[in-house]
Design a protein around this ligand. Structure first.
Ligand code: AHR
Length: 308
């Protein structure tokens, strides 16, 4: 699509009549992210939307650069999944001044001025953390002994890391037997999950539970646990978030004990929102994704039809 006149949304009206969407993705750090990227690319195609796509390799400065280039290109809509929560006001103001609407997908920003974006579509990460905590509390009901927990946090400063940590902590604090003995970032990747879990295992003799903010870090940690001669899912109980195929397989195999789902399939709803915003229709401030949880038995049943 080429740039042309004004479409009323402040962006360009391409010669082919198509809407141009500039999407600044976080990176390719996890199975979740790969599925999310595919969902966005497939649904843009399906919706007849021209997609300009960039991968920020988990760096905020790269995302800001990408957004600035979408502003220069005069795309119709900018959507992005912010790597971290803070530090977006300046570039969002630049988009607003250029009259290019912005849609937040997946992750939130902490900007006080909510007129800097049209809407925010994604999961309730606090609720995900709470669901993880509630399952754990249920598992140890009636058992008074201390429960030593290690936590693998997502990318420092990201909404899912902040919220999954606080939601979980909020639930388990009701009983002092639950102790988080170590908590560190694994940056949402398998490699870091493995590396940090190895360090946890060296420093802590008695780990009962691992809470990993995503499947990939949990899968990396499983390698570390097996490398230390322990049985994941048995010697150390594991809770993760996402429910991507590899995570679900490990859950069905008994190496993970519980997964809180976070859906990466945001593409179709995002394209609907893009069309509405360009047409000047009103959109809800917040669009929440519907999600469930999986036990080992439920994972076995769901796996054959899992898309990602
Ligand atoms: O923002 C969503 C999170 O980002 C996913 O849970 C994680 O796997 C991804 O990297």
């Amino acid at each position: 699509a080429a740039c042309g006149g004004d479409n009323g949304a402040g962006g360009s009206q391409p010669d082919d009549g198509k809407i141009t969407l500039g999407f600044a993705q976080v990176g390719a750090e996890s199975g979740w992210r790969t599925a999310n990227t595919k969902s966005i690319q497939d649904s843009a195609k399906e919706a007849g939307i021209d997609l300009q796509f960039s991968d920020a390799q988990q760096k905020q400065e790269n995302q800001i650069k990408a957004i600035r280039s979408y502003i220069t290109q005069k795309v119709d809509v900018i959507a992005f999944s912010p790597v971290v929560e803070s530090g977006w006001d300046t570039v969002l103001l630049e988009a607003k001044d250029a009259k290019i609407p912005v849609i937040l997908t997946d992750r939130a920003v902490d900007s006080k001025d909510t007129t800097l974006y049209e809407t925010f579509i994604g999961s309730d990460f606090v609720l995900e953390g709470k669901k993880a905590g509630e399952w754990l509390v249920g598992q140890y009901q009636g058992k008074p002994e201390p429960v030593n927990i290690v936590e693998l946090q997502g990318t420092t400063g990201s909404a899912p890391a902040n919220d999954r940590k606080s939601g979980f902590a909020d639930v388990i604090k009701a009983d002092p037997k639950f102790k988080i003995v170590a908590s560190q970032t694994g940056d949402f990747t398998r490699a870091k999950g493995k590396e940090v879990m190895e360090a946890f295992l060296k420093a802590n003799k008695d780990i009962d539970v691992l809470y990993a903010h995503n499947d990939d870090m949990g899968l990396g940690a499983i390698e570390a646990i097996e490398g230390a001669g322990l049985k994941p899912g048995v010697d150390i109980r594991i809770i993760t978030v996402d429910a991507v195929k590899d995570g679900m397989q490990a859950l069905a195999d008994g190496k993970i004990n519980y997964i809180v789902e976070c859906s990466p399939l945001l593409g179709p709803q995002l394209m609907d929102l893009v069309k509405k915003v360009v047409a000047g229709e009103s959109v809800p401030e917040r669009v929440l994704t519907e999600e469930t949880t999986f036990t080992q038995e439920q994972a076995k049943a769901a796996l054959p039809n899992r898309q990602y």
